[in-house]
Design a protein around this ligand. Structure first.
Ligand SMILES: *[C@@H]1O[C@H](CO)[C@@H](O)[C@H](O)[C@H]1NC(C)=O
Ligand SMILES: *[C@@H]1O[C@H](CO)[C@@H](O)[C@H](O)[C@H]1NC(C)=O
Ligand SMILES: *[C@@H]1O[C@H](CO)[C@@H](O)[C@H](O)[C@H]1NC(C)=O
Ligand SMILES: *[C@@H]1O[C@H](CO)[C@@H](O)[C@H](O)[C@H]1NC(C)=O
Ligand SMILES: *[C@@H]1O[C@H](CO)[C@@H](O)[C@H](O)[C@H]1NC(C)=O
Ligand SMILES: *[C@@H]1O[C@H](CO)[C@@H](O)[C@H](O)[C@H]1NC(C)=O
Ligand SMILES: [Zn+2]
Length: 512
């Protein structure tokens, strides 16, 4: 680190001097030396630039860089997968050796994930809709999955999915594909590339509306969350912080379960899963309410948080507000209540979504300012932070991590080519980020590896293993784990990381 500082200082002598650079750099040798020093200093300055790599890791670093270079140099000089939209790039990514390596890599924790959008849509279709209780309701040109009649959808328009499928016996695959359009953005009309952000969000919210009814039925709720843990664990994720609204659940006998009982179900599922998979370190929950609420409703939500956090200390760990930012109330409009919530022990830990936005005209466009003022522990997205240079310093000084969700930002229309994602600036400025997947089930992804692919290939194309190592350890560092839990997951991660490095060391095809 000391060497880095010295290198930057001596560079400055040259680069910061006023007057002609040409005069200072009079020989080719000096030119090349200074140029190399700039490249080195930049690599050392950014996120992951100072991470220690042992000899094995250095070898893997060289391998990864060689793989990366090969993959980014597409032979036809067309777009590399890293520059393509995920819907088009997915088969290419799945076929890539970098993706294979990233899948194998232990990814630590996932810190930004919404429960009802976390599981792959194909599983929901192939598993839940094939159960005999599964029904579909049709109202006002919209379809909703459910088990019992919904308030917003008449019983007369609710049919068992098994009956519908029987009528389409000749083409069950097409029927299943159609069902999947209800919960998968890839299959929505707005995927044509010209949709506005409002249109994309309308489709996105329709996915939540469509699946909601299934997740209110206890057997489905439980199977779904078991599957959630399974999909992330298969993707080498060892711990998850899950945002959810704690909607009521009912069972086959019509018995209803309120928020504390729902939390208890997840507590059980998580513990069961840990017993079967000791490398997995569990689940914690963040209460996340939609922003389309009144002050009174927010007050109620905060009281619910208090109840849950007292009933499940260390399991229900924080509070968040969600929804399309520019169409909904700003954080500022909630600020007085959030600063002084009706909670005897004081404000919850906040994990606000903020700056998931490209506009710069409404009060909500400044949500990142309010999130920081309200003492958020992490920022969900923080995409708009690039437009707030003063806040960069605060965010870095207070070590508020940005939960960066590359594919989410692309699918929801903030940026089409992820090589232009502002996280490149955060990486260059060494502002802490963590990579996470937001709602992978709704866009044909699974787990988080696809997001890591874009982080590595599009956001930080010059980075190597040190960057990945920093991301993975950031995910643990900025989690809500207790000290003891942190120690335990750290020892698991160290073992898994060593296995990964040793596995990757066997890749000899890439040695130059
Ligand atoms: C996957 O990779 C193999 C080998 O590199 C190649 O032959 C094949 O065309 C690729 N498939 C796709 C879909 O890119
Ligand atoms: C759904 O998944 C569960 C758990 O893997 C499995 O036991 C069950 O048989 C599956 N059901 C269907 C209809 O595929
Ligand atoms: C608020 O948002 C939720 C979730 O999208 C939705 O179910 C509900 O109908 C909305 N309520 C209002 C009043 O807009
Ligand atoms: C939480 O709410 C439930 C009712 O939903 C109540 O029975 C319980 O006593 C409350 N717990 C606390 C700690 O307030
Ligand atoms: C919140 O945003 C949704 C779109 O995501 C919109 O339908 C709704 O009307 C907004 N609610 C409020 C209260 O502005
Ligand atoms: C940490 O691991 C030890 C040894 O496996 C175990 O006894 C302990 O309960 C774990 N602690 C937590 C908080 O998980
Ligand atoms: Zn989110």
């Amino acid at each position: 680190m000391y060497v880095g500082v010295r290198a930057v200082a001596s560079l400055c002598v040259v680069l910061c001097a006023t007057g002609s650079l040409g005069l200072a750099i009079s020989s080719t040798k000096t030119y090349d030396e200074i140029r190399a020093a700039i490249v080195d200093a930049e690599a050392g300055y950014g996120l992951g630039g100072k991470v220690f790599l042992n000899l094995d890791e250095l070898r893997v670093d060289r391998t990864l860089r060689a793989m990366k270079k090969y993959e980014l140099q597409s032979p036809e000089r067309g777009l590399p997968a890293a520059g393509m939209h995920f819907f088009d790039a997915k088969p290419l990514i799945e076929n890539s050796s970098i993706f294979g390596a990233l899948k194998l890599m232990p990814k630590g924790a996932i810190l930004h994930l919404h429960n009802s959008a976390a599981v792959s849509s194909s599983w929901v279709i192939k598993n839940l809709t094939y159960r005999q209780e599964a029904k579909l309701c049709h109202a006002d040109d919209r379809y909703y999955f459910t088990v019992r009649p919904l308030n917003n959808c008449p019983e007369s328009q609710t049919r068992p999915i098994a009956d519908m499928r029987k009528e389409r016996q000749k083409d069950v695959d097409a029927f299943d594909a159609w069902l999947e359009t209800l919960i998968n953005m890839k299959m929505k009309p707005s995927r044509n590339g010209h949709a506005s952000i409002d249109e994309l969000w309308a489709d996105f919210e329709s996915c939540f509306d469509a699946i909601k009814g299934f997740l209110q039925y206890k057997p489905f709720f439980e199977a779904y969350h078991r599957r959630l843990l399974h999909e992330f664990y298969q993707d080498n994720v060892y711990y998850i912080e899950l945002r959810m609204s704690f909607a009521k659940v009912y069972d086959a006998d019509g018995r209803e379960y309120g928020a504390p009982e729902v939390a208890y179900m997840l507590y059980h599922i998580s513990n069961d899963f840990r017993r079967q998979n000791p490398a997995f370190h569990g689940l914690k929950l963040i209460l996340a309410k939609h922003k389309n609420i009144s002050d009174a409703e927010l007050e109620k939500a905060l009281k619910l948080y208090e109840n849950l956090s007292v009933t499940f200390p260390g399991f229900v760990v924080g509070f968040d507000l969600v929804g399309q930012e520019d169409l909904n109330r700003s954080l500022k409009s909630f600020a007085s209540l959030l600063l002084q919530p009706p909670i005897s022990s004081g404000p919850p830990k906040y994990f606000f979504h903020a700056g998931e936005i490209v506009g710069y005209f409404s009060e909500a466009d400044e949500n990142v300012i309010d999130a920081v003022l309200l003492d958020t522990k992490r920022i969900g997205h923080g995409y708009a932070l690039m437009k707030h240079p003063i806040l960069w310093h605060t965010v870095r000084r207070k070590q508020i991590v940005l939960e960066v969700c590359p594919i989410s930002n692309q699918v929801l229309g903030l940026v089409r080519d992820l090589r232009n994602h502002p996280a490149s600036i955060f990486v260059a400025q060494n502002i802490p980020i963590t990579i996470t997947s937001d709602d992978p089930g709704f866009w044909d992804a699974v787990g988080v590896t696809f997001d890591y692919y874009y982080a590595f290939m599009a956001i930080a194309p010059q980075a190597g293993l040190g960057f990945l190592k920093q991301l993975v350890w950031n995910s643990i560092r900025f989690s809500s784990l207790t000290d003891e839990e942190r120690q335990n997951i750290t020892s698991t991660m160290e073992k898994q990381w060593a296995l990964f490095v040793s596995e990757m060391s066997k890749e000899t095809n890439w040695e130059s």
